[in-house]
Write a protein that binds this ligand. Structure first.
Ligand code: UP5
Ligand code: MG
Length: 196
């Protein structure tokens, strides 16, 4: 890693808004490493000997947000291990505890560029997640019961964080309802306009 601080883009949006899909496209087009907080938690859940496996499963199935100490450490380790200097942090920070934890542990060590916000109607999000569940995602939270809780958590805890960044002028809002290629056209525009 060079001496400059790593650059970070937070990628936020509801469950199934298309964060992961768009991050893959960004990685193909621009020099970024994709770190999904949810994927890191799911990996940690399956890691043999993990002391957090059960806790993570319980939180994910109930659409609750894992304590930031766990998530932030996974993110920091993944950043260190990658050796890269530009990161898409997908699905984090999603509540005040996440934001406070990041500010304590990581904000001095990184340069946050902007928040990419995938704005997507709730019914579209639900349809996408259920569709993914039916085509065998294997995710224990791609079912109607978990989805209701994920959406509630998103509305109650995550939207206020997006609002906070919006008030600070840091949000790039993208309409996430069109097809993935159309959405990416807008995403590409944002990255080009910001010098990437
Ligand atoms: N799809 C994507 N884009 C499409 C488009 N434009 N048109 C049509 N279809 C589209 O996409 C979802 C599905 O939709 C896919 O089948 C895709 O092909 C299709 P995806 O790109 O996977 O959407 P994404 O926004 O990434 O959805 P995801 O379900 O991953 O979002 P969540 O935010 O719910 O899940 P995440 O993995 O981030 O978190 C899961 C859980 O982990 C949380 O609920 C929480 O319990 C826990 N968590 C924490 O506790 N802390 C964290 O910091 C992060 C997660
Ligand atoms: Mg995802």
């Amino acid at each position: 890693m060079s001496s400059a601080k790593p650059k970070v883009v937070f990628v936020l949006g509801g469950p199934g808004a298309g964060k992961g899909t768009q991050c893959s496209k960004i990685v193909e087009r621009f020099q970024f490493e994709h770190l999904s907080a949810g994927d890191l938690l799911r990996e940690e859940r399956s890691r043999e000997g993990s002391e957090y496996g059960q806790l993570i499963e319980e939180y994910i199935r109930n659409g609750k947000i894992v304590p930031v100490e766990v998530t932030c450490s996974l993110l920091e380790n993944a950043m260190k291990n990658s050796g890269k200097s530009r990161f898409l942090i997908d699905g984090f920070p999603r509540n005040q505890d996440n934001l406070d934890g990041w500010n304590r542990q990581m904000s001095d060590k990184t340069e946050m560029q902007f928040v990419l916000f995938f704005d997507c109607a709730e019914d579209v999000c639900v349809k996408r997640c259920l569709g993914r569940g039916q085509s065998g995602s294997g995710r224990s939270d791609d079912n109607m019961e978990s989805l209701k809780k994920r959406i509630q958590t998103y509305n109650n805890d995550s939207l206020p964080i997006i609002k906070y960044f919006e008030n600070a002028g840091q949000v790039k809002r993208i309409d996430a309802s069109p097809d993935a290629d159309k959405v990416f056209q807008e995403v590409e525009r944002v990255f080009l306009a910001n010098g990437f």
